[in-house]
Design a protein around this ligand. Structure first.
Ligand SMILES: [Zn+2]
Ligand SMILES: [Zn+2]
Length: 284
């Protein structure tokens, strides 16, 4: 199904973090695909000062350039500025939250855990070596504990902070291709995801359906899974659709299939940022 209204994406990276290309390239791609709105969400600068976060000194340029593009293309597309913030398990910091007054919206995600042995943060969705190191050193190789700690972090983040979008809420499955580490249909896993979604409902959190894993060949399905989207529908959790694009041609990757999945799960509307406010738009 092709939607002709409300096409938009609010989870967009670029060359200032771990994406590629200029912000203008993403705007031009959005225009060519008939988007109504586009939001940028670079990985927030701050505590996690590594290769995939925006550098602190680039933040003023980020704001200026988005402002320039917003004015330049004002008649054709709405452009918004956001950041993807990281929750840290040991300090409970939401990295980048201090910038929120300068932003139109925020995405909150869990990407890292503190590796006890080296006292550094390792990613759960980055290199497989980092995932394995966390699994073996922090959790004695017990995958249920690792996955449980991930969902506990997501729940803690939702209870401590407010934000506009919960990022890729089951990204812990990213390295689980062919059920290499766990069976997502196992009762212990369903219990964790159900608990997290109930907490999302309680805290009035908006969840994204993120197609970025498929675009980059890491997963066969969106974040969250179809089963979890059905659970969201039952709970009445508002969803938004995101591509988590790291290259400009991917800004609507898998969107029409995802729309179909959402309709099948019982959704008739999703949330988008339009005229400066989150609004519910029809996808049927
Ligand atoms: Zn992310
Ligand atoms: Zn992202």
């Amino acid at each position: 199904m092709e939607r002709n209204k409300g096409l938009s994406n609010f989870h967009t990276h670029c060359g200032l973090d771990d994406g590629t290309g200029t912000m203008e390239e993403y705007v031009l791609s959005a225009l060519s695909k008939g988007f109504d709105a586009l939001g940028f969400s670079c990985h927030a600068p701050g505590t996690l000062n590594d290769g995939w976060h925006m550098k602190k000194e680039d933040f003023p340029y980020y704001l200026e350039e988005i402002d320039r593009l917003r004015n330049l293309y004002r008649d054709r597309i709405e452009i918004y500025v956001g950041l993807e913030l990281d929750f840290l398990d040991d300090t409970e910091e939401l990295v980048g939250n201090e910038y929120r007054d300068q932003l139109d919206y925020t995405i909150a995600s869990v990407h890292v855990m503190k590796h006890a042995k080296s006292d550094t943060y390792l990613s759960i969705d980055g290199p497989i070596e980092e995932f394995e190191t966390l699994l073996h050193d922090n959790f004695n190789g017990i995958i249920q504990q690792f996955v449980g700690h991930y969902y506990e972090m997501v729940e803690r983040m939702m209870s401590l902070y407010s934000f506009d979008i919960l990022g890729h809420c089951d990204v812990i499955k990213k390295r689980n291709g062919e059920n290499r580490y766990f069976d997502p249909s196992a009762p212990w896993y369903a219990k964790l995801t159900k608990s997290m979604l109930k907490a999302a409902k309680k805290h009035k959190v908006r969840i994204e359906v993120n197609t970025g894993g498929i675009a980059r060949g890491a997963t066969q399905e969106s974040y969250p899974s179809v089963e979890m989207i059905e659970e969201c529908a039952q709970l009445g959790i508002p969803l938004t659709l995101s591509s988590d694009a790291h290259q400009s041609s991917h800004i609507d990757f898998y969107f029409s299939q995802a729309d179909d999945q959402l309709v099948q799960a019982g959704y008739r509307n999703i949330d988008i940022l339009q005229h400066g406010m989150w609004q519910s738009v029809s996808i049927v």
